[in-house]
Design a protein around this ligand. Structure first.
Ligand SMILES: [Zn+2]
Ligand SMILES: [Zn+2]
Length: 358
């Protein structure tokens, strides 16, 4: 697996492997500060150029609402086509997973106060709208607390959001479970979680109610109903169409295809990428908080995670930017990343418990 660290074009001791002598009072080396400034400036300049070129981008609040309405139309449209028999179940599932991955980006922007920051009532309404669409996440107001903590503590002991999805754990079955289904993995990680100050099991459970409860009830009904139907057909008495059980199962299956499975797919993809791309434990500056995961073999994960592996590192350097603009400046940001030594596709970090050093 490649460990593609592009060397900075400028001369100087900027390699990660070099000892860092020149620490400023905040503990960061002077050299790192210059590199961080270089990357942040490149992103901000690209952002400004985009805003000058496309004047409509200044209507950020309206664009946020347009995304929300547009994505709801896509999800509802694909659901209608599926229910009407015009498209197969898997097309509906894929379309909705992609659309809902963009809803998750919208939710993340709302968490960062990027739409209607002066009109909390509208902002709260948007947050209330995205929560049930996503289904398998605690409510956005809790996520705001958890996620802003992530930005303050990325890669450190207190970073609850990332540690919950396995970041920093040694590779093995429990790590894989935490990346795919952190709620289930939590049952085996209580002691570890109790050491993180932000962790409060009851608060987390309250933040999940009622949406996540309903989501998992539908998931269990989907799995149990189809297993029961399979068992009945094996035992020689298949489900009678038109009966109560068949009608209920058809309804549950439709909800699974439209809502439950797309959200499971997109959330699993974003969790795997996020747990993988953040470094943990031995990072020394923002330059080492994340890597970029954009190799071809990450494409299936990025497809259902709004290109998270490629663009989340940009967000670590500049948070005040909506998700679509982050994508628009990705070319310039990546040029700066390569120049200033951000790591790319360091896939084996997963086997090192996300340590920077081997
Ligand atoms: Zn963020
Ligand atoms: Zn992050």
């Amino acid at each position: 697996m490649s460990n593609d660290i592009a060397k900075p074009a400028s001369a100087g001791p900027t390699d990660h492997s070099e000892p860092r002598e020149h620490l400023d009072p905040s503990g960061e080396s002077v050299d790192d500060r210059a590199r961080i400034r270089g990357i942040t400036l490149a992103i901000k300049n690209a952002d400004r150029r985009m805003r000058e070129r496309f004047r409509f981008l200044r209507h950020q609040d309206a664009i946020g609402v347009a995304w929300l309405v547009g994505l709801i139309v896509v999800v509802a449209g694909s659901a209608s086509l599926f229910l009407g028999g015009w498209i197969p179940w898997w097309v509906c599932l894929i379309v909705n997973a992609i659309a809902l991955s963009l809803v998750r980006e919208l939710e993340h922007d709302l968490v960062h106060n990027l739409y209607f920051k002066d009109r909390p009532r509208i902002q709260n309404s948007m947050m209330a709208a995205v929560w049930p669409l996503l289904g398998n996440l605690p409510h956005p107001w809790f996520r705001r607390e958890m996620h802003l903590l992530h930005h303050r503590t990325s890669g450190h002991h207190d970073d609850f959001e990332e540690r919950l999805i396995g970041n920093g754990m040694k590779f093995g079955p429990l790590r894989i479970l935490a990346m795919i289904e952190p709620g289930l993995a939590l049952l085996f990680r209580k002691e570890e979680m109790k050491e993180i100050p932000f962790y409060d099991g009851k608060k987390l459970a309250r933040a999940a109610m009622p949406v996540v409860f309903l989501f998992h009830a539908m998931l269990i009904a989907f799995l149990a109903g189809n297993l029961a139907a399979l068992a009945m057909s094996w035992s020689g008495s298949p489900v009678v169409s038109g009966g109560v059980f068949a009608s209920l199962l058809a309804a549950v299956n439709a909800i699974a295809v439209i809502w439950v499975l797309p959200n499971m797919l997109r959330q699993t993809c974003v969790q795997i990428l996020s747990s993988w791309m953040h470094y943990y434990g031995d990072i020394e500056s923002r330059l080492e908080e994340t890597q970029v995961l954009n190799a071809w073999y990450f494409f299936p994960l990025n497809l259902f995670a709004a290109n998270f592996g490629s663009t989340h590192s940009i967000h670590h350097f500049y948070v005040a930017q909506p998700f679509y603009l982050r994508q628009m400046v990705a070319g310039d940001a990546h040029r700066a990343f390569r120049r200033f030594g951000i790591r790319y596709n360091d896939a084996s970090s997963l086997l090192r418990g996300n340590r920077i050093k081997g």
